[in-house]
Ligand binder design. Sequence first.
Ligand SMILES: *Cc1c(COP(=O)(O)O)cnc(C)c1O
Length: 391
Amino acid sequence: MSDAPSIAVRAQARVAERAAAGLRRVVREVEHADGVHLRIDGRDLTSFASNDYLGLAQHAEVVRAMQEAANRWGVGSTAAHLLGGHRGPHAQLEREVAAWLGYESALLFSTGYLANLGVIAGLMERGDVCVQDKLNHACLIDGAKLAGCELRRYPHNDVDAAARQLDAAADAPKLLATDGVFSMDGDLAPLPELAALARERDVPLLVDDAHGFGVLGPEGQGSPEHLGLNARDVPLRMVTLGKAVGCGGALVLGSRDLIDALTQFARPFVYSTAMPPAVAAATSAAIAIIRREPERRAHLQALIARFRAGAMQLGYTLMDSVTPIQPLWIGDTDAAVALSNALMQRGCYVPAIRPPTVPSGSARLRVTLSAAHTAAQVDELLQTLNDARRS
Ligand SMILES: *Cc1c(COP(=O)(O)O)cnc(C)c1O
Protein backbone atom coordinates (compact mmCIF):
# COMPACT_ATOMS: atom_id res chain seq x y z
CA MET A 1 0.00 0.00 0.00
CA SER A 2 1.28 3.48 -0.77
CA ASP A 3 1.14 6.42 1.61
CA ALA A 4 -0.04 8.76 -1.12
CA PRO A 5 -3.29 10.51 -0.19
CA SER A 6 -6.26 9.48 -2.27
CA ILE A 7 -7.57 11.91 -4.82
CA ALA A 8 -10.86 12.18 -2.94
CA VAL A 9 -9.20 13.05 0.38
CA ARG A 10 -7.00 15.64 -1.27
CA ALA A 11 -9.90 17.17 -3.19
CA GLN A 12 -11.88 17.51 0.03
CA ALA A 13 -8.94 19.22 1.72
CA ARG A 14 -8.61 21.67 -1.14
CA VAL A 15 -12.30 22.54 -0.96
CA ALA A 16 -12.01 23.05 2.81
CA GLU A 17 -9.06 25.35 2.23
CA ARG A 18 -11.08 27.46 -0.19
CA ALA A 19 -14.03 27.57 2.18
CA ALA A 20 -11.77 28.72 5.04
CA ALA A 21 -10.50 31.55 2.84
CA GLY A 22 -14.08 32.57 2.02
CA LEU A 23 -13.56 31.58 -1.62
CA ARG A 24 -15.76 28.52 -2.01
CA ARG A 25 -17.95 28.78 -5.10
CA VAL A 26 -21.54 27.58 -5.09
CA VAL A 27 -24.01 27.01 -7.91
CA ARG A 28 -27.29 28.83 -7.37
CA GLU A 29 -30.47 27.53 -8.94
CA VAL A 30 -32.44 30.16 -10.83
CA GLU A 31 -36.06 29.18 -10.32
CA HIS A 32 -37.53 31.59 -12.82
CA ALA A 33 -36.12 33.93 -15.47
CA ASP A 34 -37.92 36.64 -17.37
CA GLY A 35 -35.45 39.01 -19.02
CA VAL A 36 -33.53 40.74 -16.25
CA HIS A 37 -35.91 39.39 -13.57
CA LEU A 38 -34.65 36.29 -11.76
CA ARG A 39 -36.01 34.28 -8.84
CA ILE A 40 -33.30 32.74 -6.65
CA ASP A 41 -34.09 31.08 -3.29
CA GLY A 42 -37.66 32.31 -3.61
CA ARG A 43 -36.47 35.92 -3.85
CA ASP A 44 -37.30 38.11 -6.86
CA LEU A 45 -34.22 39.95 -8.10
CA THR A 46 -33.23 42.34 -10.85
CA SER A 47 -30.14 40.82 -12.40
CA PHE A 48 -27.04 42.85 -13.22
CA ALA A 49 -25.02 39.72 -13.90
CA SER A 50 -25.97 38.43 -17.31
CA ASN A 51 -24.03 38.52 -20.58
CA ASP A 52 -27.28 38.85 -22.54
CA TYR A 53 -26.23 42.42 -23.36
CA LEU A 54 -28.89 43.05 -25.98
CA GLY A 55 -31.80 41.23 -24.37
CA LEU A 56 -32.05 38.54 -27.06
CA ALA A 57 -31.98 35.31 -25.03
CA GLN A 58 -35.76 35.31 -24.60
CA HIS A 59 -36.68 37.39 -27.67
CA ALA A 60 -39.88 36.02 -29.22
CA GLU A 61 -38.45 35.95 -32.74
CA VAL A 62 -35.35 34.06 -31.61
CA VAL A 63 -37.44 31.56 -29.64
CA ARG A 64 -39.72 31.06 -32.63
CA ALA A 65 -36.76 30.43 -34.95
CA MET A 66 -35.57 27.75 -32.54
CA GLN A 67 -39.01 26.13 -32.34
CA GLU A 68 -39.45 26.09 -36.12
CA ALA A 69 -36.00 24.62 -36.66
CA ALA A 70 -36.64 21.99 -33.99
CA ASN A 71 -39.85 21.01 -35.79
CA ARG A 72 -37.91 20.58 -38.99
CA TRP A 73 -34.56 19.20 -37.78
CA GLY A 74 -35.37 17.64 -34.40
CA VAL A 75 -33.20 18.28 -31.37
CA GLY A 76 -29.87 16.50 -31.64
CA SER A 77 -27.50 16.95 -34.57
CA THR A 78 -26.78 13.20 -34.15
CA ALA A 79 -23.08 13.37 -35.06
CA ALA A 80 -19.90 15.41 -35.26
CA HIS A 81 -19.71 17.98 -38.07
CA LEU A 82 -17.44 15.78 -40.18
CA LEU A 83 -19.66 12.71 -39.84
CA GLY A 84 -23.07 13.93 -40.97
CA GLY A 85 -23.88 16.33 -38.11
CA HIS A 86 -23.29 19.52 -40.13
CA ARG A 87 -26.85 20.55 -40.95
CA GLY A 88 -28.25 23.41 -43.02
CA PRO A 89 -28.59 25.87 -40.12
CA HIS A 90 -24.94 25.31 -39.09
CA ALA A 91 -23.69 25.95 -42.63
CA GLN A 92 -25.89 29.00 -43.03
CA LEU A 93 -24.69 30.53 -39.74
CA GLU A 94 -21.03 30.05 -40.68
CA ARG A 95 -21.57 31.64 -44.10
CA GLU A 96 -23.59 34.58 -42.77
CA VAL A 97 -21.17 35.61 -40.04
CA ALA A 98 -18.07 35.14 -42.22
CA ALA A 99 -19.61 37.39 -44.89
CA TRP A 100 -20.74 39.98 -42.33
CA LEU A 101 -17.32 40.28 -40.67
CA GLY A 102 -15.41 40.07 -43.96
CA TYR A 103 -13.67 36.68 -43.55
CA GLU A 104 -13.34 33.96 -46.16
CA SER A 105 -14.41 31.23 -43.80
CA ALA A 106 -15.80 30.34 -40.37
CA LEU A 107 -15.93 27.23 -38.19
CA LEU A 108 -18.62 26.55 -35.59
CA PHE A 109 -17.80 25.20 -32.11
CA SER A 110 -20.19 24.22 -29.31
CA THR A 111 -18.75 26.78 -26.85
CA GLY A 112 -16.23 29.59 -26.84
CA TYR A 113 -14.07 27.64 -24.42
CA LEU A 114 -13.78 24.78 -26.90
CA ALA A 115 -13.19 27.19 -29.80
CA ASN A 116 -10.14 28.69 -28.12
CA LEU A 117 -8.77 25.27 -27.15
CA GLY A 118 -9.32 24.22 -30.75
CA VAL A 119 -7.80 27.19 -32.51
CA ILE A 120 -4.61 27.34 -30.43
CA ALA A 121 -4.01 23.62 -30.00
CA GLY A 122 -5.00 23.04 -33.62
CA LEU A 123 -2.40 25.45 -35.00
CA MET A 124 0.43 25.49 -32.43
CA GLU A 125 2.98 22.78 -31.77
CA ARG A 126 5.66 22.00 -29.22
CA GLY A 127 8.50 24.51 -29.66
CA ASP A 128 6.16 27.25 -30.93
CA VAL A 129 5.60 30.40 -28.88
CA CYS A 130 2.20 31.81 -27.93
CA VAL A 131 2.36 35.39 -26.62
CA GLN A 132 -0.67 36.44 -24.59
CA ASP A 133 -1.98 39.24 -22.39
CA LYS A 134 -1.77 38.37 -18.70
CA LEU A 135 -5.52 38.93 -18.27
CA ASN A 136 -6.60 36.78 -21.23
CA HIS A 137 -9.52 34.44 -20.61
CA ALA A 138 -8.71 31.05 -19.08
CA CYS A 139 -9.49 29.17 -22.29
CA LEU A 140 -6.81 31.02 -24.31
CA ILE A 141 -4.29 30.11 -21.64
CA ASP A 142 -5.56 26.51 -21.54
CA GLY A 143 -5.34 26.29 -25.33
CA ALA A 144 -1.64 27.07 -25.18
CA LYS A 145 -1.16 24.50 -22.41
CA LEU A 146 -2.98 21.87 -24.44
CA ALA A 147 -0.87 22.69 -27.50
CA GLY A 148 2.29 22.08 -25.48
CA CYS A 149 3.81 25.26 -26.93
CA GLU A 150 5.70 27.85 -24.91
CA LEU A 151 3.32 30.34 -23.30
CA ARG A 152 4.64 33.86 -22.65
CA ARG A 153 2.40 36.37 -20.92
CA TYR A 154 2.91 40.13 -21.01
CA PRO A 155 1.60 42.67 -18.47
CA HIS A 156 -1.96 43.74 -19.23
CA ASN A 157 -2.24 45.79 -22.45
CA ASP A 158 1.53 46.49 -22.51
CA VAL A 159 2.31 46.56 -26.24
CA ASP A 160 6.05 47.16 -25.74
CA ALA A 161 6.24 44.13 -23.48
CA ALA A 162 4.36 42.10 -26.09
CA ALA A 163 6.96 43.20 -28.67
CA ARG A 164 9.80 42.15 -26.36
CA GLN A 165 8.18 38.74 -25.79
CA LEU A 166 7.81 38.21 -29.54
CA ASP A 167 11.38 39.28 -30.25
CA ALA A 168 12.87 37.17 -27.47
CA ALA A 169 11.52 34.04 -29.09
CA ALA A 170 14.06 33.81 -31.88
CA ASP A 171 13.04 31.61 -34.76
CA ALA A 172 10.01 29.74 -33.48
CA PRO A 173 6.61 30.00 -35.16
CA LYS A 174 4.51 32.42 -33.09
CA LEU A 175 0.96 33.51 -32.35
CA LEU A 176 -0.15 36.72 -30.59
CA ALA A 177 -3.46 36.32 -28.76
CA THR A 178 -5.60 38.80 -26.83
CA ASP A 179 -9.12 39.30 -25.58
CA GLY A 180 -10.80 42.18 -27.46
CA VAL A 181 -12.75 43.12 -24.30
CA PHE A 182 -11.39 41.78 -21.01
CA SER A 183 -14.07 39.82 -19.24
CA MET A 184 -13.48 40.83 -15.62
CA ASP A 185 -12.37 44.43 -16.22
CA GLY A 186 -14.46 45.44 -19.23
CA ASP A 187 -11.62 47.37 -20.85
CA LEU A 188 -10.49 47.10 -24.47
CA ALA A 189 -7.22 45.73 -25.80
CA PRO A 190 -5.07 48.23 -27.75
CA LEU A 191 -5.93 46.39 -30.95
CA PRO A 192 -4.58 48.94 -33.49
CA GLU A 193 -1.15 48.81 -31.82
CA LEU A 194 -1.21 45.03 -31.41
CA ALA A 195 -2.31 44.59 -35.03
CA ALA A 196 0.55 46.82 -36.22
CA LEU A 197 3.01 44.89 -34.07
CA ALA A 198 1.76 41.56 -35.40
CA ARG A 199 1.95 42.81 -38.98
CA GLU A 200 5.52 44.10 -38.54
CA ARG A 201 6.63 40.78 -37.06
CA ASP A 202 4.58 38.73 -39.53
CA VAL A 203 2.86 36.90 -36.67
CA PRO A 204 -0.87 36.14 -36.82
CA LEU A 205 -3.06 38.01 -34.31
CA LEU A 206 -5.92 36.11 -32.67
CA VAL A 207 -8.61 38.25 -31.04
CA ASP A 208 -11.12 36.64 -28.66
CA ASP A 209 -14.09 38.97 -29.02
CA ALA A 210 -16.50 37.15 -26.69
CA HIS A 211 -17.72 40.42 -25.13
CA GLY A 212 -17.36 42.76 -28.11
CA PHE A 213 -19.31 40.86 -30.76
CA GLY A 214 -22.84 42.24 -31.10
CA VAL A 215 -22.17 45.16 -28.77
CA LEU A 216 -19.33 47.26 -30.20
CA GLY A 217 -18.62 48.74 -33.61
CA PRO A 218 -20.98 50.70 -35.85
CA GLU A 219 -23.07 47.62 -36.67
CA GLY A 220 -22.15 45.45 -33.72
CA GLN A 221 -19.36 43.59 -35.54
CA GLY A 222 -17.13 43.90 -32.50
CA SER A 223 -14.13 45.47 -30.84
CA PRO A 224 -11.86 45.54 -33.95
CA GLU A 225 -14.47 47.57 -35.86
CA HIS A 226 -15.04 49.79 -32.80
CA LEU A 227 -11.33 50.66 -33.02
CA GLY A 228 -11.36 51.19 -36.80
CA LEU A 229 -9.95 47.79 -37.78
CA ASN A 230 -11.36 45.01 -39.93
CA ALA A 231 -10.76 41.40 -40.91
CA ARG A 232 -7.47 42.24 -42.67
CA ASP A 233 -6.01 43.51 -39.39
CA VAL A 234 -7.21 40.52 -37.38
CA PRO A 235 -6.47 37.34 -39.35
CA LEU A 236 -8.01 35.10 -36.67
CA ARG A 237 -11.07 36.02 -34.64
CA MET A 238 -13.16 34.08 -32.15
CA VAL A 239 -16.69 35.28 -31.39
CA THR A 240 -19.04 33.69 -28.90
CA LEU A 241 -22.74 33.27 -29.50
CA GLY A 242 -23.84 32.87 -25.87
CA LYS A 243 -23.26 36.45 -24.77
CA ALA A 244 -24.66 39.44 -26.70
CA VAL A 245 -26.19 37.04 -29.23
CA GLY A 246 -28.16 35.37 -26.43
CA CYS A 247 -27.83 31.82 -27.81
CA GLY A 248 -24.78 29.56 -27.43
CA GLY A 249 -21.68 28.32 -29.21
CA ALA A 250 -18.84 30.13 -30.96
CA LEU A 251 -17.29 30.77 -34.35
CA VAL A 252 -13.66 31.01 -35.37
CA LEU A 253 -13.15 33.22 -38.42
CA GLY A 254 -10.17 33.37 -40.74
CA SER A 255 -8.78 32.67 -44.18
CA ARG A 256 -9.97 29.61 -46.07
CA ASP A 257 -6.59 27.97 -45.47
CA LEU A 258 -6.53 28.55 -41.70
CA ILE A 259 -10.11 27.38 -41.29
CA ASP A 260 -9.34 24.31 -43.41
CA ALA A 261 -6.42 23.54 -41.10
CA LEU A 262 -8.70 23.86 -38.06
CA THR A 263 -11.21 21.55 -39.73
CA GLN A 264 -8.45 18.94 -39.81
CA PHE A 265 -6.67 19.58 -36.53
CA ALA A 266 -8.95 21.32 -33.99
CA ARG A 267 -9.82 18.34 -31.82
CA PRO A 268 -12.74 20.01 -29.99
CA PHE A 269 -14.28 20.48 -33.45
CA VAL A 270 -13.44 17.05 -34.87
CA TYR A 271 -14.35 14.90 -31.89
CA SER A 272 -17.47 16.61 -30.56
CA THR A 273 -21.14 16.37 -31.54
CA ALA A 274 -22.33 19.39 -33.52
CA MET A 275 -24.57 21.76 -31.53
CA PRO A 276 -28.32 21.21 -31.99
CA PRO A 277 -29.21 22.71 -35.40
CA ALA A 278 -32.10 24.64 -33.81
CA VAL A 279 -29.56 26.57 -31.71
CA ALA A 280 -27.76 27.56 -34.91
CA ALA A 281 -31.07 28.66 -36.47
CA ALA A 282 -31.95 30.72 -33.38
CA THR A 283 -28.48 32.30 -33.56
CA SER A 284 -29.02 33.41 -37.16
CA ALA A 285 -32.33 35.00 -36.10
CA ALA A 286 -30.63 36.82 -33.21
CA ILE A 287 -27.88 38.14 -35.47
CA ALA A 288 -30.48 39.45 -37.92
CA ILE A 289 -31.98 41.46 -35.03
CA ILE A 290 -28.54 42.76 -34.00
CA ARG A 291 -27.94 44.04 -37.53
CA ARG A 292 -31.35 45.55 -38.00
CA GLU A 293 -31.89 47.20 -34.58
CA PRO A 294 -29.00 49.56 -33.75
CA GLU A 295 -31.32 51.17 -31.18
CA ARG A 296 -30.53 48.27 -28.81
CA ARG A 297 -26.86 49.28 -28.80
CA ALA A 298 -27.76 52.96 -28.46
CA HIS A 299 -30.00 52.28 -25.46
CA LEU A 300 -27.28 50.13 -23.87
CA GLN A 301 -24.67 52.87 -24.34
CA ALA A 302 -27.02 55.39 -22.70
CA LEU A 303 -27.46 53.04 -19.70
CA ILE A 304 -23.68 52.59 -19.43
CA ALA A 305 -23.15 56.37 -19.34
CA ARG A 306 -25.95 56.77 -16.79
CA PHE A 307 -24.53 54.08 -14.53
CA ARG A 308 -20.98 55.42 -14.68
CA ALA A 309 -22.03 58.97 -13.87
CA GLY A 310 -24.18 57.78 -10.94
CA ALA A 311 -21.63 55.38 -9.48
CA MET A 312 -18.90 57.99 -9.71
CA GLN A 313 -21.12 60.45 -7.84
CA LEU A 314 -21.60 57.86 -5.08
CA GLY A 315 -17.84 57.63 -4.73
CA TYR A 316 -17.41 54.15 -6.18
CA THR A 317 -14.25 53.32 -8.12
CA LEU A 318 -15.08 52.44 -11.70
CA MET A 319 -12.82 50.67 -14.13
CA ASP A 320 -11.73 51.95 -17.54
CA SER A 321 -14.62 50.50 -19.53
CA VAL A 322 -16.90 51.62 -22.37
CA THR A 323 -18.53 48.18 -22.47
CA PRO A 324 -21.54 46.71 -20.61
CA ILE A 325 -19.04 45.17 -18.14
CA GLN A 326 -18.87 47.85 -15.41
CA PRO A 327 -17.06 46.43 -12.39
CA LEU A 328 -17.00 48.38 -9.14
CA TRP A 329 -13.58 48.02 -7.56
CA ILE A 330 -13.76 46.91 -3.91
CA GLY A 331 -10.36 45.27 -3.23
CA ASP A 332 -11.04 43.24 -0.09
CA THR A 333 -12.77 39.91 -0.76
CA ASP A 334 -14.95 39.88 2.37
CA ALA A 335 -16.11 43.44 1.73
CA ALA A 336 -17.06 42.57 -1.85
CA VAL A 337 -19.02 39.50 -0.73
CA ALA A 338 -20.77 41.46 2.05
CA LEU A 339 -21.81 44.19 -0.38
CA SER A 340 -23.04 41.63 -2.92
CA ASN A 341 -25.12 39.96 -0.19
CA ALA A 342 -26.52 43.30 0.98
CA LEU A 343 -27.56 44.11 -2.61
CA MET A 344 -29.23 40.72 -2.89
CA GLN A 345 -31.22 41.41 0.32
CA ARG A 346 -32.46 44.55 -1.40
CA GLY A 347 -33.43 42.89 -4.67
CA CYS A 348 -30.38 43.37 -6.91
CA TYR A 349 -28.28 40.46 -8.12
CA VAL A 350 -24.64 41.60 -8.61
CA PRO A 351 -22.05 38.87 -8.03
CA ALA A 352 -18.77 39.50 -6.26
CA ILE A 353 -15.78 38.34 -8.32
CA ARG A 354 -13.01 37.01 -6.11
CA PRO A 355 -9.59 35.42 -6.49
CA PRO A 356 -8.51 33.25 -8.20
CA THR A 357 -10.73 34.58 -11.01
CA VAL A 358 -9.12 38.01 -10.43
CA PRO A 359 -5.73 38.77 -8.80
CA SER A 360 -5.77 38.68 -5.00
CA GLY A 361 -6.65 42.02 -3.42
CA SER A 362 -8.69 43.04 -6.45
CA ALA A 363 -12.15 41.70 -5.59
CA ARG A 364 -14.94 43.58 -7.30
CA LEU A 365 -18.65 43.71 -7.89
CA ARG A 366 -19.14 42.82 -11.51
CA VAL A 367 -22.08 44.85 -12.77
CA THR A 368 -23.18 44.04 -16.30
CA LEU A 369 -25.80 46.08 -18.09
CA SER A 370 -28.21 45.04 -20.82
CA ALA A 371 -30.42 46.74 -23.35
CA ALA A 372 -33.19 44.84 -21.53
CA HIS A 373 -32.69 47.14 -18.50
CA THR A 374 -34.63 50.38 -18.20
CA ALA A 375 -33.10 53.66 -17.04
CA ALA A 376 -35.29 53.33 -13.92
CA GLN A 377 -33.70 49.95 -13.11
CA VAL A 378 -30.23 51.44 -13.38
CA ASP A 379 -31.30 54.27 -11.04
CA GLU A 380 -32.67 51.65 -8.65
CA LEU A 381 -29.33 49.83 -8.66
CA LEU A 382 -27.53 53.09 -7.89
CA GLN A 383 -29.93 53.86 -5.03
CA THR A 384 -29.48 50.32 -3.69
CA LEU A 385 -25.68 50.61 -3.94
CA ASN A 386 -25.92 53.75 -1.85
CA ASP A 387 -28.25 52.21 0.77
CA ALA A 388 -26.31 48.95 1.00
CA ARG A 389 -23.01 50.65 1.58
CA ARG A 390 -24.36 52.90 4.30
CA SER A 391 -25.85 49.98 6.26
C1 LIG B 1 -17.10 33.67 -21.96
C2 LIG B 1 -15.78 33.76 -22.61
C3 LIG B 1 -15.27 32.70 -23.35
C4 LIG B 1 -15.94 31.35 -23.38
O1 LIG B 1 -17.08 31.35 -24.15
P1 LIG B 1 -18.23 30.31 -23.83
O2 LIG B 1 -19.06 30.27 -25.04
O3 LIG B 1 -18.95 30.84 -22.62
O4 LIG B 1 -17.57 28.99 -23.54
C5 LIG B 1 -14.09 32.88 -24.02
N1 LIG B 1 -13.41 34.05 -23.96
C6 LIG B 1 -13.87 35.09 -23.23
C7 LIG B 1 -13.09 36.36 -23.18
C8 LIG B 1 -15.07 34.98 -22.53
O5 LIG B 1 -15.50 36.00 -21.79
